[in-house]
Design a protein around this ligand. Structure first.
Ligand SMILES: [Zn+2]
Length: 247
């Protein structure tokens, strides 16, 4: 069975940025996993939570509900501090991600670009930095050698993609995005993506803006192929698993 790992920063990123592709590839028989680095406790919209801890708890439940709608096989929320990923110890975060990669053993990985995605959020940019290093180092037998025993062996994921976009959001910092190499037609999965975003009830003030925005942008998700085991001449792709052995 082919596997796809998506690494995000906040609960709702999985729906907003990757939701269509998560559904599409699940229905094509791919086992999907989402690893979310923070429980989103620093969000502007607090859903009535009285503390960061309470909001984190609410958002973990909302993430689980969203993953169920998107038919994610495995959804995990880690416990790094929302809004402060740039202040975390890079080596330790990458170590944790490498272990997840060596355990789940994906064929394809998706994350944000270092631009931070359309919102230019620093946590998104850091998710990208951590994931890029983890993607490469998970395959090296001389990295995090203390992990390497029993079933845990080095793992080379075949492809790494960054989510990208061909527009800037008004009112946000300007983004210099990676050029799209891969266009995924999500079709009617757009509705599932919107439903999953709406599972994040604490973020309900964002729903109309999100929905309006995605409905205007056609039924597509755009990605940039950042690294690939097979360095083939680039043609515009329409499938994240194109050229993946076993696909
Ligand atoms: Zn986010």
């Amino acid at each position: 069975m082919l596997r796809m790992l998506v690494i995000t920063a906040h609960p709702d990123d999985e729906a907003g940025n990757f939701g269509g592709s998560l559904c599409l590839y699940h229905d094509r028989g791919v086992e999907t996993c989402v690893l979310c680095l923070t429980p989103g406790q620093a969000a502007t919209h607090r859903g009535g939570a009285r503390s960061d801890q309470e909001l984190a708890l609410i958002r973990r439940q909302e993430f689980a509900a969203s993953c169920e709608i998107l038919k994610v096989s495995r959804g995990v929320v880690l416990d790094y501090p929302d809004g402060h990923l740039h202040r975390q110890d890079l080596y330790r975060v990458v170590c944790a991600l490498v272990l997840h990669i060596r355990q789940f053993r994906p064929d394809v990985m998706l994350t944000f670009g270092p631009d931070g995605g359309v919102t230019a959020h620093t946590d998104h940019a850091m998710a990208s930095v951590f994931t890029n290093l983890a993607f490469h180092w998970a395959g090296h037998s001389n990295r995090f050698t203390e992990q390497l025993h029993g079933q845990i062996t080095p793992h080379r994921t075949q492809k790494l993609y960054h989510a990208t976009a061909n527009f800037n959001l008004p009112g946000r910092q300007p983004v210099t995005a990676s050029p799209p190499t891969t266009v995924i037609e999500i079709g009617e999965y757009l509705e599932t993506k919107i439903a999953a975003f709406r599972a994040h009830k604490s973020q309900s003030p964002l729903w109309p803006i999100f929905e309006d925005h995605v409905r205007k942008r056609e039924k597509k998700e755009l990605f940039h192929l950042e690294a690939s085991l097979n360095s083939v001449p680039m043609n515009r792709e329409t499938d994240l698993f194109q050229g993946v052995s076993g696909a």
